[in-house]
Design a protein around this ligand. Sequence first.
Ligand code: SF4
Length: 375
Amino acid sequence: MPSSSGLSSALALDAPETVSAPRPARLWRPRRILVTPAALEHAHGRAMVARAEAEGLPVERLAANRIPAPREPDPRRAYVAAKATLALTVAPPTKLRLQPIPPSADWRFDLAEGCPAHCQYCYLAGSLQGPPVTRAYANLDAILGNLAAYAGRGAVTSASAERAQEGTTFEASCYTDPLGIEHLTGSLSAAIRHFGAWDAPVQLRFTTKFAAIAPLLDLRHNRRTRIRFSVNARAAARYEGGTDPLDARLGALGQAARAGYPVGLTIAPILPVAGWEEAYAGLIRDAADALAGVPGLDLTAELITHRFTPGSKAVLRGWYPGSDLPLDEAERVEKRTKFGTVKHVFPKPLMQAMRAHLTACLARDLPAARVLYWT
Ligand code: SF4
């Protein structure tokens, strides 16, 4: 195997930042909250309006159900305006036809779409259409009630010998970070209670870069929700604007595990930052410290390397023109998806070196972690 430090030299980023003490979770306060007439027809829509108004946030009641695009001709300003807007709306019928979401879960469902944070490697960049307004769905009863039709029908985790014991899995963080907006929606708590009361082999899964876990700790989850925290090497913190700091996320991981939740680490996106071996070893040691002494710990790890598509690169370059995130095709290899589209991933020797190192660190410092996949 080639030297991993040699492999990383062309892609190396700056040295890790100084470790800081955990800060309390900051809660998002949108500059604009819009609500559609259709959303107000739902009790959950009205409850979200009440939450916002209780926080002292004014809510604009729209005359029609279309969410207006920010009136900013400059794309940067339009981006900033959209990221500061929460729209309370109704999920279209297409959202109720669930899709498989390999390798994470049997099915994906959406409580919301969009996220207020500013990650320069945001995985939503290639999938969301238009300005990135966060939309929270008011027809929560229909969204949760729709899930029963999919129980027992999964072909992703349910079809895997290693993961079938998780039951039918439902992933709620494909198009949003549900914890980052929970204080304004309450949708995630409702989903956790729904799965807690659902006496069947099913599992709710979500991953988050936020840490405001307190409202979830006392819910009757019945261990049917796996809370994963999306974490990265400290050197990547500068790419994660608007999220909660790593130490706050790791603190929340420990709290969730101590509240009896199955938990997980989503290590993503893995990057060959300068000194990446020690950077990721340190991350895994810190996670082990956060979980030390948790009784009955049920822990998984998902390992996701950085990749980009021509579309996501164009969107991210538009959103973050000053970013030094490495998006040079010459340093990657092309991979074709089953739909014939192209994504750019790290060369195989680097992938192998990173995979061997991270899995060895997990085996050494977090042996309780079941590695679900590497991609
Ligand atoms: S927290 Fe997740 S969804 Fe939100 S901006 Fe960052 S990567 Fe995107």
